[in-house]
Design a protein around this ligand. Structure first.
Ligand SMILES: Cc1cc2nc3c(=O)[nH]c(=O)nc-3n(C[C@H](O)[C@H](O)[C@H](O)COP(=O)(O)OP(=O)(O)OC[C@H]3O[C@@H](n4cnc5c(N)ncnc54)[C@H](O)[C@@H]3O)c2cc1C
Length: 456
């Protein structure tokens, strides 16, 4: 069978095909998360949509599955690739902006940083997440919660069309009027329904964005987190914020003044005028942060606020959704991470304020129509040495246990780094409908997504 696969791929694919043992094999199979050891049967860097079609046909003929991947930002929950071809989509570029119509068409390999930088000149913003290196499709298919999410909702519900190669090898354009079920499913249902080669989505006017972060020494964390819980009930939907407790390691890669220090932090963006933004943030600024980066910034600069590492690194992370984040929840979190006397192996635990436009389904929404919880948490720790992996995973477990009284009993795909099941991700009814769509478009389960929806 290896010979057959070799022939099927090398005679039909224009892009790069790499097999175990080939030069460049380790680079080809590597994901953003260096702690995840991906060992597929072959890696294909598709050059175009025709390559994606060829890979679908070759995989079917060879009895293998196809795992599409952009960056590997979300590879933590992926099942074994032993019987799969890893299909890298990063070369499927191309970015077209129709500023007048506030509409973008992006090849699936385009990174968010490229989109947001191109939109600045038009006074427009995309519903991108914190990381400019994430690729548009993976982030959007999983939902997409960014700095403008309380004002404009989930990125998946701003999608107007996808170009997608389904398991039968057909290249389709799915939108509200053609392959409408497929169009519904990809908007929040992840990479279970085909390989997206391009995506079209609405962008929003953003003439002025007042955004940044406030940092206090971690000893102020109880006071800061409590103040944040009291501040957000009055936040308008135009204000999206996150509270974090960060511990920077004492390594040269971390710049001063952060190196080796721990902080309580509140970061966020207000979509509106500076004066109004400054008024809104005044109660937190009154606590005297040590560092204050709040300013009017171009929307593309939102991608710097979370300080997400641009280069791959080894780590473990996980998160969940919360019914509330009260002063009691803040105290419970600080008892395991960042509070006095604690010793946590995690770099960061963040609590994101959801709600606003994410709380209700917009007309014509996709499978993830809204987020049924007002807060999300995510914890992450670096694993520079594999021996530290268990400690980091235990640290995340301790955060989950501390926040368990507020656990919403559901999860958000993009923040779930361990498999958690379709009923938890989507609710039973949406999960059942997604399984039916999967059965219609991929009855044999050719596609291998990081969060699997089995054909129903
Ligand atoms: C540093 C960092 C910051 C983040 N910040 C945010 C944030 O602010 N908000 C948020 O919502 N999420 C955030 N995430 C989570 C991130 O959005 C998800 O991990 C998302 O899946 C990343 O997409 P990707 O294509 O870059 O990653 P990948 O791991 O390559 O893709 C994840 C999955 O998406 C599917 N997929 C990817 N491309 C395709 C395609 N072309 N066709 C079909 N399926 C495809 C596959 O099933 C794949 O397993 C962050 C992640 C990281 C690492």
């Amino acid at each position: 069978m290896p010979d057959t696969l070799h022939r099927l791929l090398t005679t039909t694919v224009r892009g790069t095909v790499t097999f175990p043992g080939d030069p460049g094999w380790d680079d080809a199979r590597q994901a953003y998360n260096l702690a995840v050891d991906q060992r597929p049967r072959a890696v294909v860097h598709a050059a175009d949509a025709a390559d994606v079609q060829a890979v679908m046909r070759a995989a079917r003929a060879a009895g293998l599955r196809v795992a599409p991947q952009g960056t590997g930002h979300g590879c933590g929950a992926m099942a074994s690739l032993d019987e799969a071809i890893l299909l890298r989509v990063d070369r499927l570029g191309g970015l077209e902006i129709d500023a007048a119509a506030r509409r973008v068409r992006a090849g699936t390999g385009v990174r968010w940083g490229e989109v947001t930088a191109s939109l600045d000149a038009h006074g427009l913003a995309a519903l991108a997440g914190t990381s400019p290196t994430a690729r548009v499709a993976g982030y959007t298919l999983g939902g997409g919660i960014g700095f403008l999410a309380r004002a404009h909702g989930l990125a998946c519900n701003a999608v107007e069309a996808v170009e997608i190669v389904t398991a039968d090898g057909e290249l389709r354009r799915a939108d509200a009027s053609s392959d409408a079920d497929l169009f519904w499913a990809v908007r929040g249902g992840g990479g279970n329904f085909g390989v997206v080669t391009a995506i079209e989505f609405r962008v929003v006017p953003a003439p002025e964005v007042f955004a940044g972060a406030l940092f206090w020494d971690v000893t102020r964390a109880p006071e800061v987190l409590t103040a944040w819980t009291e501040w957000i009930p009055d936040a308008p939907d135009t204000l999206t914020s996150t509270a974090r407790v960060l511990q920077f390691p004492p390594i040269p890669d971390i710049p001063e003044p952060f190196r080796g220090r721990s902080f309580a932090m509140v970061q966020g963006a207000f979509l509106g005028a500076q004066e109004q933004g400054a008024d809104l943030w005044a109660p937190l600024r009154a606590l005297g942060p040590e560092i204050d980066t709040l300013a009017v910034i171009p929307p593309s600069a939102l991608g710097t606020i979370n300080m997400d590492p641009p280069e791959p690194l080894p780590y473990a992370g996980d998160g969940g959704l919360l019914t509330a984040f009260t002063p009691e929840a803040a105290a419970a979190l600080l008892a395991v991470h960042g509070g006095p006397g604690t010793s946590s192996p995690l770099l960061s635990v963040e609590i994101r304020h959801l709600g606003g436009a994410m709380a209700t389904a917009p007309e014509g929404a996709g499978a993830l129509s809204a987020i049924p919880a007002p807060f999300a948490w995510f914890g992450v720790g670096a694993i520079p040495d594999p021996a530290l992996g268990d400690a980091v995973r235990e640290g995340i477990e301790h955060v989950a246990e501390a926040l368990a009284p507020w656990d919403a009993g559901c999860a958000y795909m993009n923040f779930a780094e361990t498999p958690c099941g379709g009923d938890i991700l989507f609710g039973a009814d949406v999960h059942a409908r997604l399984r039916a769509v999967r059965a219609a478009y991929d009855p044999d389960g050719l596609l291998l997504a990081n969060h699997e929806v089995a054909p129903g």
